[in-house]
Structure formats: structure tokens, C-alpha cells
Design a binder for this molecule. Sequence first.
Ligand SMILES: *[C@@H]1O[C@H](CO)[C@@H](O)[C@H](O)[C@H]1NC(C)=O
Ligand SMILES: *[C@@H]1O[C@H](CO)[C@@H](O)[C@H](O)[C@H]1NC(C)=O
Ligand SMILES: *[C@@H]1O[C@H](CO)[C@@H](O)[C@H](O)[C@H]1NC(C)=O
Length: 358
Amino acid sequence: MSRLRCILRGLDLKIYILLFVLVPTIALGIYVHGQKITYFLRPLWEKPPKPFHEIPHYYHENVSMENLCKLHGWGIREYPRRVFDAVLFSNELDILSIRWNELYPYITQFVLLEVNSTFTGLPKPLLFANNRDQFKFIEPRLTYGTIGGRFKKGENPFVEEAYQRVVLDQLLRIAGITDDDLLIMSDVDEIPSSHTINLLRWCDNTPPILHLRLRNYLYSFEFPVDNKSWRASVHQYKSGKTRYAHFRQTDDILSDAGWHCSFCFRRISEFIFKMKAYSHYDRVRFKYYLDPKRIQDVICKGANLFDMLPEEYTFKEIIGKLGPIPRSFSAVHLPAHLLNNAEKFKYLLPGNCKRESG
Ligand SMILES: *[C@@H]1O[C@H](CO)[C@@H](O)[C@H](O)[C@H]1NC(C)=O
Ligand SMILES: *[C@@H]1O[C@H](CO)[C@@H](O)[C@H](O)[C@H]1NC(C)=O
Ligand SMILES: *[C@@H]1O[C@H](CO)[C@@H](O)[C@H](O)[C@H]1NC(C)=O
């Protein structure tokens, strides 16, 4: 009997050691790597979204518009549609200038809304207003709007984002959008190529709502991530019906229609601002993520700012994307304004990962 008790006590001790050593270690491990564990296991608990209907995209500068429309199964119009480009501006001045120069020939009105609050409710200077003189070329075609943020503490950032998009709808009406005009809905850093917009304004019988498949880049055009960006869309405007949105709105998507350059900033301070202003602020789980030296290292490696695993739906894709993004040495088929001002935008081109401090 007492022997049995002895054994139990011995066992107890082991269990206690186990409890006091193993459990905190596992807890710490889950705390530090929890995100990785859940992302890695994501294929088990989440199904991929319904695939898009991919429309092949044909383009060469020497092919006539009539032929290009025909290749897509569309007719050609007698005159092009008017096109409106509307964005919610945060702090991406360089990317805005590349975007507006790329689209300039084909846009009737550029609409830009700027709010003095980030989606996460932090105060933000009116950066566009303060730098408006850099964009003189756009002035005659610009509808600029600004409103005060709501500064609701602890609210879900997506609520503020939705609110700002509603204001964008009002601004579009002020800009004079009418039925059957084209409206580009995309973030500033989702840049449709100009020939894509020219195609859509000239061709007839194009889908009334069409997503644009963009090439994804991270930090600069040196790091191509994949070709899967899909949020940007082009709409044939219907008053009372069309609402500015940044989620999936239809099944049709036009392949290879531009570039999406995420976190493509000149200064380290802009990375820090974006990491804080981001709708996913919860991803900054540790203070040291915001350390400027670490951020610079991460950029040059093509690694992940939030130390996250790829957000994918199959193990094959997750594993295929583990580790840093392979460098690209190609600067072919990038926005013209970027290459025409290569010195100014050097940090966006291959081989120049060092950023300005401050
Ligand atoms: C494109 O067209 C121009 C003028 O018609 C011609 O000179 C040029 O060789 C063509 N380029 C290609 C790549 O076909
Ligand atoms: C934001 O803008 C609104 C309206 O212009 C103003 O009343 C408010 O003081 C501003 N807030 C900050 C933090 O700048
Ligand atoms: C994107 O597509 C292009 C053209 O099909 C291809 O050359 C390129 O390698 C793709 N990029 C990535 C990162 O998969």
C-alpha cells in the first residue's frame, strides 16, 4: 500500500515538473508562434474562395484597338467611355505620383479623399494637402475632398474604412460621374496599367463589373510575390447602385492588368506609420517589430515585417512561399513614370533596397 503511494508520489513529482516546465514553454511557444501555427494549419479549417473566371488579356503596342477588342470577344465603341479614378489616400505620395502619371491620358476626373485619421483611429497629417503643389499637372482634373476622422477608440478599423468609402461615393457625385462612365475602385498602391484602362474604355460589351488581376510586389519591384492581387475593380457606373468597395464583387477578372506594390515606401518612418495605421494593427505583436534597424534588414532580405507565414489555402502554396521572396532583376513592363524618373524612385527598382532613415 505505502509502496503504491510512493510510486504515485514519484509520479506526482514528474507530473509537477512537467506542469511547471512544459506547460509554460508550450504557452510561450504558442504566444510567440501562435499566428504561424494557425496560418500553417489554415488549409485544414478554411476552404479557398470560389475561383474567379479568368479572362485572358491580350496586349501589344503594335496591335490596333479594334483587333485588341476583338481578341477579347468585345466590340469597339465609336468613342471611348469617360473614366473616373477614385482613391482613399493615406501616405503613399510616390506611389500616387506613379499611379496618376500612368493613368493620366485616360482619366476624366481623379478623385482623392484624405482623412485626418487612420483606419485605426490615429491622427494623421493631411499629407496630400501639404504636398499638393507636386501634383500641379493633375489640378484641372482633380476632385479633392477631406473630412475629419471619427477617432472612435477601440473600434474595429474596418468600420472607419467603410465610413470613408461612403464619403468617397459622395465625392464621386460631386466630381460629376454619370451612368455608364467607368469607375476604377482600388487602393492607391493597386495600379492598373494604362493600356488596360484604354482597352476597357474603348471596347463594348465588356463585363459591367470586372476585377483586375495585378502582379503583387512587396517593398519594391525587386520583390515579386505572386500574380494574385484581385481587389481592384472597374465598374460601369450605375447611379444609386454602384457603391465604392474593396471586396469581391463579381466572378470576372482580367488577367495581368497592372501592379500592386505593398509597403513600397521611401522612408523607414513611413513603414512604421503604415504598420501602425494598418487595419491589421494586431499584427504588430511585439514592440521590436517597429525597430528601424530590423525593418531595414527585413526589407533587404525580402522577409516578412510581421514575421508571418504566407496567407495561403493549400500546404503546397504555403510551403512554396516559405522564406524570403526571391529577388527579381527585371524592370521590364513597369510603369513608365517610374523608369522615366529612375533616379528619384531608385528605391523601387532592383538592387536598391536601402531606405532613407527618418
Ligand atoms: C511596330 O510598328 C511600327 C510602325 O508601324 C514598326 O516600325 C515596328 O517595327 C513595329 N514593331 C514591332 C515590334 O512589331
Ligand atoms: C480633423 O479634422 C477635423 C475637421 O477638419 C477637425 O475638427 C479636427 O480637429 C481634426 N483632428 C485632428 C486630430 O487633427
Ligand atoms: C507572374 O506572371 C508572369 C507572366 O506570366 C511571370 O513571368 C512571372 O514569373 C509571374 N510572377 C510570379 C511572382 O509568379
